[in-house]
Design a protein around this ligand. Structure first.
Ligand code: NAD
Ligand code: TYD
Length: 351
């Protein structure tokens, strides 16, 4: 199979590449990434060196380039991770979210349609897999779960751009019969996550005895899933998913943000013996605009239909994740340069 992974230099994309390559030695893997602040070629260094991937620095909005890659490598499956992914950035500058997440996805769909469709007939082995998020469903109260039938009700510009992309993907299935799937996953954690997201940001700040900014009361709830479990679910959808369907993916693992931060402090103190790391670093800062209160996924469909279930329990997962960051401090230092640092200093690091 010739599989195109977009956003392959980002957090989930690079984890998926490593996971998928290990299990599918004979597939041709083509990777595309624009290498924005969030995409780092060092995440793929080994795979590029070993010839495990043919990598292109390319923008999914660049139709000519995308078309060239599709035809040159006879792309059969697209897994679209490429996106602007950080809610806070979408609040400051929504434009790029619409351009990449909506128009970029549309460009990929158009090229796939041209390449794969002849007279309304589609080969069974083709697939456009859109990697989406539970944030498209909006926010829950204290009870209940998002199912695949929950109406879309996105709140942040990020979530709205992902919901728009989902609807365009669906329209290509409904209108042209394109073989598609959409997966909607809860919050991921694990290695190679850019240190602007909650878990790696808190680890990095704590190690440097910097403030740990908690938005509002910190009692917002997220459903955390180790990235490897997400990758397993994606592979199952590629191989056995019923085309045209949406699959929710989640860890059934709800935590309040403040609990996560306190847990990280405890683990870091134990692992480093550094007692300068403590709850005194926690600082409640003004809440995120439009902050969703609770996300929680009902993943029973993928469990029943494809036999997926998360394998990494949170205690184990969070410990190995902290360990990874401790052993890869140089990685953290190398990615928080340039554009990210400028943005971070301007918006969050005024002190
Ligand atoms: P990320 O920000 O770490 O990676 C995104 C990658 O896309 C980066 O490598 C970036 O360089 C690349 N990219 C951005 N704009 C591009 C463009 N125009 N052309 C080509 N490449 C471009 O994000 P992530 O956390 O790895 O998320 C990957 C996907 O999974 C996203 O679509 C996101 O919406 C979705 N998702 C993420 C989570 C999560 O918790 N991180 C949960 C559910 C779904
Ligand atoms: P984040 O990792 O940005 O993921 P998402 O917004 O996609 O869920 O944030 C996770 C939660 O942590 C979210 O409720 C916002 C909160 N948060 C903070 O309280 N402080 C921070 O510095 C960050 C980055 C996030």
């Amino acid at each position: 199979m010739n599989i195109l992974i977009t956003g392959v230099a980002g957090f989930i994309g690079s984890n998926f590449l490593k996971f998928y390559r290990e299990k599918n030695k004979n597939d041709l893997i083509i990777g595309v990434d624009a290498l924005t602040y969030a995409g780092n070629i060092i995440n793929l260094e080994k795979e590029i060196e070993n010839g495990d991937i043919i990598f292109y620095k390319a923008d999914i909005r660049d139709r000519d380039k995308v078309e060239e890659i599709f035809y040159k490598h006879n792309v059969e499956v697209v897994v679209n991770f490429a996106a602007e992914s950080h809610v806070d950035r979408s609040i400051h500058n929504p434009q790029i979210f619409l351009e990449t997440n909506v128009l970029g996805t549309h460009t990929l769909l158009e090229v796939a349609r041209k390449k794969w469709c002849c007279n309304g007939k589609w080969d069974e082995d083709k697939l456009f897999l859109q990697i989406s998020t539970d944030e498209v469903y909006g926010s829950l109260g204290p009870q209940g779960y998002f199912t695949e039938e929950t109406p879309l009700d996105p709140h942040s510009p990020y979530a709205a751009s992902k919901a728009a992309a989902d609807l365009i993907v669906k329209s290509y299935s409904d209108t042209y019969g394109m073989p598609v799937n959409i997966t909607r996953c809860s919050n991921n954690y694990g290695p190679y996550q850019f240190p602007e997201k909650l878990i790696p940001l808190m680890i990095w700040n704590a190690l440097n005895h910097k403030e740990l900014p908690i938005y509002g009361d910190g009692r917002q709830i997220r459903d955390w899933l180790h990235v490897r479990d997400h990758c397993e679910a994606i592979e199952l959808v590629i191989k056995r998913g019923k085309r045209g369907e949406v699959y929710n993916i989640g860890g059934n693992n709800e935590w309040k943000n403040i609990e996560i931060v306190k847990k990280l402090i405890k683990i870091l103190r134990q692992k480093t013996g550094d007692y300068g790391i403590g709850e005194h670093l926690i600082k409640h800062v003004p809440d995120r605009l439009g902050h969703d209160r609770r996300y929680a996924i009902d993943a029973s469909k993928i469990r029943k239909e494809l036999g997926w279930e998360p394998k990494i329990n949170f205690e184990q997962g969070i410990n190995i994740t902290v360990e990874w960051y401790l052993q890869n401090i140089d990685w953290v230092k190398s990615v928080i340069t340039g554009e990210y640092l400028e943005f971070y200093n301007k918006n969050y690091n005024k002190k």
